[in-house]
Ligand binder design. Structure first.
Ligand SMILES: *Cc1c(COP(=O)(O)O)cnc(C)c1O
Length: 408
């Protein structure tokens, strides 16, 4: 493959105009949008208006006049369009971790009598931690259990109340078959919670079609909502009215401004709100989510597959001693490719110093995220040629790259 071929891919890319909607720093090839998405160009002006006019001038009137009060529902519905959820089933709220807790506690109620919360070993840790937390909150009546991914289906016995899985694995990028797994879980009488942190904005998701019960995910990764952006939770319509929230905050009350002494849950998805939404964060999240409203997720997915395939082909062509840690088959892989090397941490630091930003996950994984809205084929080409320079020159062995920072 030549550089001309690569440039021809970019020229023919149906998403090529989207890159201009984002602020990509000069000299940077950003392959970490799966961890923190880049800044949309429209965000600073929207934030400025939020701060100076909506907060600064309109003050508390903004809850009505600027519709702050409906931000969780409005943005939730927009996220819903990206993940195959009809309106009224998604809200933007809280963090993913908190939403995992809300989903676990709700699902357990709907499946009372069954006591096991099931997930896979190696899942993103906040998910199993929250399972332990919810088990603790039940006085250890419920039991958190992790099994190897290959044993999940076999473990779906009649004691399993809830199966919690991350659709796209944060380290390997491997994709679970949502439709199949959900069907198996339901046949076994379990409810499912899907963590979509690496799915929303990366691949097409069909929550309603797959009859998923609950889902959660992050706003700051592929959705480009900004550092620590609000997360979201999906609760299938058929379940909503049957759940008595375990975190019954006043914002989820049927009539918050009646200030009643005891809790009456709001209608529908509203009861999954907890406290006052962080409106500044909601503002940035909405800009990120809005960009996707005119994007065909099928087209986006095609490019995501091709970017990953190209990266793998170029890395292997250069014979640099990496081992592929992601599925080779594009359909089995989310929008990232991970490769292994014992010197992974130092190699990634050397790459970052040269403007190619990916990240490192212990013990030996270099992770590269491909965000089809702003990653070009030529970026993949340049990233791999920078990597080849570092490896061929042994520059990464310089001891300055071995110093571990707090965030990897
Ligand atoms: C990033 C990520 C989270 C993050 O949870 P926070 O509460 O936002 O810190 C949760 N689950 C998965 C699978 C993730 O990849």
């Amino acid at each position: 493959m030549t550089l001309e071929d690569i440039l021809a891919f970019d020229a023919a890319d149906p998403l090529r105009d989207k890159r201009d909607l984002f602020n990509i720093p000069e000299g940077v090839i950003y392959l970490d949008g799966n961890s923190l998405g880049v800044l949309p160009k429209a965000t600073p002006d929207a934030m400025n208006d939020m701060l100076r006019r909506q907060w600064g001038q309109d003050l508390i009137r903004s809850w009505n006049s600027n519709d702050w009060i409906n931000a969780p529902r409005r943005i939730g519905d927009k996220i819903g369009r990206l993940i195959g959820a009809a309106e009224g089933q998604v809200i933007a709220a809280d963090s993913t971790s908190i939403n995992v807790f809300k989903a676990l506690s709700a699902a357990s109620q709907l499946n009372s009598g069954r006591l096991v919360l099931l997930s896979e070993t190696g899942n993103f840790p906040t998910d199993p931690y929250m399972m332990e937390g919810w088990a603790t909150a039940t006085g250890n009546r419920m039991i958190a259990e992790l099994v190897e991914p290959s044993r999940i289906l076999d473990r779906l016995a009649p004691d399993v109340a809830v199966l919690l899985l991350t659709q796209i694995h944060y380290k390997s990028g491997e994709v679970w078959d949502m439709n199949e797994i959900t069907r198996h879980a339901h046949e076994a009488g379990a409810l499912v919670i899907w963590d979509l942190s690496h799915s929303a904005g990366a691949i097409p998701v069909e929550l309603d079609k797959c009859r998923v019960d609950f889902a959660v995910g992050c706003g700051y990764k592929f959705l480009n909502g900004g550092p620590g952006a609000p997360a979201y939770i999906y609760v299938a319509e058929r379940h909503q009215s049957k759940v008595m929230p375990v975190l019954p905050g006043w914002m989820g009350h049927a009539s918050p401004f009646a200030f009643e002494d005891s809790y009456t849950p709001g209608q529908g998805i509203k009861r999954f709100l907890c406290g006052t939404p962080g409106i500044l964060g909601m503002c940035a999240l909405e800009i990120g989510v809005d960009i996707f409203q005119s994007v065909d997720m099928g087209v986006l997915r095609t490019k995501s597959r091709q970017l990953g395939d190209l990266f793998i082909a170029l890395v292997e062509e250069n014979r640099m001693g990496f081992e592929l840690a992601s599925p080779r088959e594009a359909d089995m892989r989310g929008s990232q490719v991970s490769i292994r090397h014992p010197g992974g941490y130092a190699i990634m630091q050397a790459l970052i110093e040269r403007g190619v930003i990916g990240d490192f996950r212990a013990p030996d994984i270099l992770r590269f995220g491909f965000t089809p809205l702003y990653t070009r084929y030529v970026d993949v080409w340049q990233a791999v040629s920078t990597l080849a320079d570092i490896m061929n020159s042994n520059d990464w062995c310089d001891e300055k790259y071995a110093v571990q920072a707090e965030v990897t």
